[in-house]
Write a protein that binds this ligand. Structure first.
Ligand code: GLN
Length: 232
């Protein structure tokens, strides 16, 4: 180097409040999860700091767009619609949408939703997907700001189904949410780290460089294994 010490830059990163295994508070009330650990590992590799703000998914996306945040790391799918407003990193995790119903429910498919109420999470790609099916299958919707409240609406029988990302729904069920998945993952896509279009390109470059490094040195897989069993 040139002998000067460069202060590490701190970036403001928005995320969801509860979206396990990607972001959630552990028993010690520390914020953890695949997204959080990946972001921290990359920040360490690339010498920057992050201030993680758990504001909720929709709020994080809105704040990123209005310039109040530098980035969003929240299990955010890289959809074509979002690519107009945001620049995404290289993909870091695969996803797809599933429909989940109560454990004892007789609802088995989209065809069973006619005249029924479906719970969705505001601003999510899964909600966009469900809304695109609404007319064809004749269901109504109710929206929630976080996944837990959406699941509870189905568990309590207020709604007959919800739409969520496959890895998130599977993890929730594995950890006790009383729902079951009844459809195959649809419209597969990938999660990416997002910045506002044309903004924070330096951060995006650092993220991609760090992601390559943690994939090469095994840290990425270590993080995945920390939250998900490798056994199938
Ligand atoms: N993966 C979903 C999306 O991209 C939802 C993300 C979330 O709820 N944190 O819209």
């Amino acid at each position: 180097g040139n002998g000067t010490i460069k202060a590490e830059k701190t970036y403001q990163i928005g995320t969801d409040v509860t979206y396990p295994p990607f972001e959630f508070a552990n028993k010690n009330n520390q914020y953890v999860g695949i997204d959080i650990d990946i972001l921290k590992a990359i920040a360490k590799e690339e010498n920057f700091k992050v201030n993680i703000k758990a504001v909720g998914f929709n709020a994080a996306v809105q704040s990123l767009q209005s310039g109040q945040l530098d980035g969003v790391m929240a299990g955010m799918a890289m959809t074509d619609e979002r690519k107009v407003k945001f620049d995404f990193s290289d993909p870091y995790y695969k996803t797809g949408f599933v429909m989940a119903v109560a454990k004892n429910s007789k609802i088995n498919s989209l065809d069973d939703l006619r005249g029924k109420r479906v719970a969705l999470k505001t601003g999510t790609a899964a909600a966009d997907y469900a809304n695109s099916l609404k007319d064809k299958y004749g269901f109504t919707t109710v929206t929630f700001d976080d996944s837990d409240n959406m699941y509870n609406d189905v568990v309590n029988g207020n709604s007959v189904a919800c739409f969520e990302d496959d890895p998130v729904m599977q993890y929730a069920i594995k950890t006790g949410t009383k729902l079951k998945i009844v459809t195959k993952p649809a419209q597969g896509g990938y999660y990416g780290f997002a910045v506002a279009k044309g903004k924070n390109q330096e951060l995006l470059k650092k993220f991609n460089a760090g992601l390559k490094k943690i994939k090469a040195n095994g840290e990425y897989q270590k993080i995945i294994n920390r939250y998900l069993s490798t056994k199938t």
